[in-house]
Design a protein around this ligand. Sequence first.
Ligand code: TRP
Length: 460
Amino acid sequence: MHTRVLTGITTTGTPHLGNYVGAIRPAVLASKDPNVDAFYFMADYHALIKSDDADRVEASRLKIAATWLAVGLDPNAATFYRQSDIPEVPELMWLLTCVTAKGLLNRAHAYKAAVDRNIENQEDADAGINAGLYMYPVLMAADILAFNANKVPVGRDQIQHIEMARDIAQRFNHTYGSDFFVMPEAHIEEQVATLPGLDGRKMSKSYDNTIPLFEGGPKGMRDAIMKIVTDSRAPGEAKDTDDSSLFTIFKAFATPAETAAFAEALHGGLGWGEAKQALFERVEAEVGPMRERYESLMARPDDMEDVLQAGAAKARAIAGPLVQTLRQAVGLRSSRQIVAPAPAVAPVATKAKPPRIASFRDTDGSFRFRLFGSDGDELLLSVPFADPKAAGALRQALSTLGGASAVLETQGGQIVLKMGGDVVATAASADAATGVLRLRAELDALAAATAEEAAAKAKA
Ligand code: TRP
């Protein structure tokens, strides 16, 4: 089973060791799991809410893209893109905005905190608050729902946003009468430690206690590590490792054996100065080669642009057909389509034939099948299978899938059906808008007919 894992990376500031250990490293690792379909993107539209400094916005999204690639994200395995390169995201945001209760947004933590601060300072409740902050949760819902992500790894502070995305998705599904969206789940990494900063509090830009990941080179890293606060025990005295941020940071970079040896040395009286040098060397052994990649990426912004544009194309191949389906659903339809007027009297007992699947043996001996719509049109052609059992299993799965669960994407201008991440069939129609809608409806009809047949058999 493929799980689509999606997360947005806020493009503000410069990544530090806490970001690396807590978010970047585990996400890059997760993207290597063959059962994971990872979607990672730079949330640069979100960045505009917090910053109107254009040069900083530009610099930050560049640095953050380079950081993820340097750490080892494979843009061919994962879908890596900038939010602002996907016009379907703001388009979807508007469709979602129109089913979102204003009261829901009033309750968002970030907005409420800003209002509370204003009230405390005896200002107007909304003083200095832009509508972007207010709409933040809807934009985030669009980020997630445009790709029907299953799992969204986030920090605890973001859980409410995922709940809102579910809420909004449900309301849209309900309003327009179909399961357009799957319900995303927040995923909190429990094992990953939050790294302490120089002063022992959580490493965070807002505490000004960070160790930079790449910025400042090895010297910047070493200088910061030398500033980690320790107790005043002299060399030769036994050190307490339980309560030491230096030790905790070491642990995040070392194997259990290295960690045990380091603990023993500290208990045996290793001086803090030497311990800091050992920490620097351990961290630098992991980060050094990445920093070199980072610097060479930053020196070639054009190449990075190519990587991101390719990522955007991959992402749009999925969001595009979905948004087309939604446009149809809400009534934003082309006038060119001829809509047959509804017959005044329902035709008597001419129940349309359900869609059907027909198997055949291709000239090369492979096993394939076609899906025909209720009017007899050919809708889908499967890929060839050497093994008739594989073709049969797929045929079976397709009969019960239904339109809402079908993964339909455009590839090279063609609509394809995917299962378990692989293209298993190609659509006859190239028109993303009407083709996808039609396919979904026919797959629903096929699933209904299959269920009816099974029920009839069970009775007999
Ligand atoms: N709000 C998230 C954060 O601050 C970033 C983000 C934007 C995001 N869009 C998202 C995270 C979609 C997950 C899914 O961390």
